[in-house]
Ligand binder design. Structure first.
Ligand SMILES: [Zn+2]
Length: 413
């Protein structure tokens, strides 16, 4: 019996929308229904936030012995290149998922999903699918994901966990002379903390400085801001964040900045002009712009440091040969790759020994090496298999890294 698709509530994992069909081949109507619901959800302006607890749920997905497809994709900025994503998934499946009819069906659904896309609300995409138990979950991520495909007993959540660990949590304080609102921004999603609302300081009817005196008014204002800062400090104790953004009239935000105690002051990332009734969407947009700028600065710092430390023979390497060598010796703590890097080279089909230079036989097992044109993707896959971190950098940082082969690494030892 075919039932209409159940709409998923945000952040909820539903493993059995339908009773699993006895045969492997799912009816076309079913596939279409799933696809429609998937597309509807994906087109919501806000994707549900990814949390640690969500990932734990995902890890415990009961797939009844069926294998689960996990796909991570870096979304190209060039729309023409996005049309190639379906073919890329097929390549990844051939190289990293093995061959089976089950996998082919999963890949087919992913390709259909990619083909139907109207909007691409992220720089990275994480997809998990297990058709035999009617499971499908996709996440658009504000960060570039390395291209990875896995077809295993459990969803491969490591790449997403690594991103979560690496991703910074922002608190955005919106404040004026009377009120305050607080938001959290994480992985491109915004959430307001309603318990934070603060508006009982000066009666609303009094718009400007009250009749008594300017000093009295300023005192009140300062007192209000001090109270807001205390509340923020409390909040920080309970829900630590990495960065603080302050929004509001310029005068107020600069006064407030002076009142920030040390741990909060060190987390200050920037401020912007806003008013108390601005929408969460506009607050998010401004915050993401600050985040983007900061991220670009951090990427540049990382690359410059890599290059300097590597040149001194410290715990870093740059260049394809040195990086691959470190990777194969399991010395890589964080692999750093320039966005969109294409490299050809050689790989051992048995143990994934990698080489940028032509070699005939694998030094580890003696197997005939094969020529590959996705050496960078394979290096990323290797780093993740070895529980390392991966950072795909863009913009100016990528340009600088490309002058050194487009690849480098922070080493463990
Ligand atoms: Zn080998």
């Amino acid at each position: 019996m075919i039932r209409p698709p159940v709409r998923l509530r945000s952040n909820e994992v539903v493993t059995h929308l339908f009773k699993p069909s006895r045969k492997h081949e799912l009816p076309r109507e079913y596939r279409e229904a799933v696809l429609r619901s998937v597309i509807e959800r994906a087109q919501r302006p806000q994707a549900p936030p990814i949390t640690q607890s969500y990932l734990e749920q995902l890890q415990h997905l009961d797939s009844r012995g069926h294998r689960v497809l996990s796909v991570y994709l870096e979304i190209p900025e060039d729309p023409r290149m996005r049309m190639e994503l379906g073919a890329l998934v097929e390549d990844l499946a051939r190289e990293h998922g093995g061959q089976s009819e089950e996998l082919e069906r999963e890949v087919g659904l992913v390709q259909e999903f990619l083909r139907e896309r109207q909007e691409w609300p992220g720089r990275g995409l994480a997809l998990y699918s297990c058709q035999p138990v009617s499971f499908w979950q996709e996440y658009w991520l504000p960060v570039r994901m390395p291209n990875i495909l896995r077809f295993d007993a459990k969803p491969a959540i490591r790449p997403l966990v690594a991103v979560l660990d690496d991703y910074e949590r922002y608190a955005v304080l919106l404040v004026d002379t009377r009120q305050a609102r607080l938001f959290s921004v994480f992985m491109g999603s915004i959430e307001e903390h309603l318990e934070f609302l603060d508006e009982d300081v000066i009666p609303k009817s009094k718009k400007g400085p009250p009749g008594r005196s300017e000093t009295h008014y300023l005192m009140h204002q300062r007192w209000h801001l001090k109270r807001v800062v205390d509340k923020l400090d409390d909040f920080y104790e309970r829900h630590p964040f990495d960065r603080l953004v302050v929004a509001g009239p310029e005068e107020t935000t600069s006064t407030l900045r002076e009142l920030l105690p040390d741990p909060l002051a060190r987390r200050f990332a920037g401020s912007f002009e806003a008013s108390m009734d601005d929408t969460a969407a506009s607050i998010l947009e401004e915050t993401l712009a600050i985040e983007e700028r900061l991220e670009r600065e951090q990427e540049l710092e990382l690359i410059d440091e890599l290059i300097v430390v590597a040149s001194r023979g410290g715990r870093a390497v740059v260049g394809v040969d040195d990086t691959l060598e470190a990777l194969l010796l399991t010395r890589v703590h964080k692999l750093v790759v320039a966005h969109g890097l294409q490299l050809s080279g050689w790989a051992c089909p048995r143990d994934q020994y990698l080489s940028a230079k032509p070699i005939d036989r694998c030094p580890w097992c003696g197997t005939q090496m094969m020529a590959v044109d996705d050496l960078a993707d394979r290096a990323i896959q290797k780093a993740i298999d070895l529980e390392g971190l991966v950072d795909v950098v863009g913009g100016e940082a990528a340009d600088r890294l490309r002058k050194h082969g487009g690849m480098g690494a922070v080493l463990r030892f």
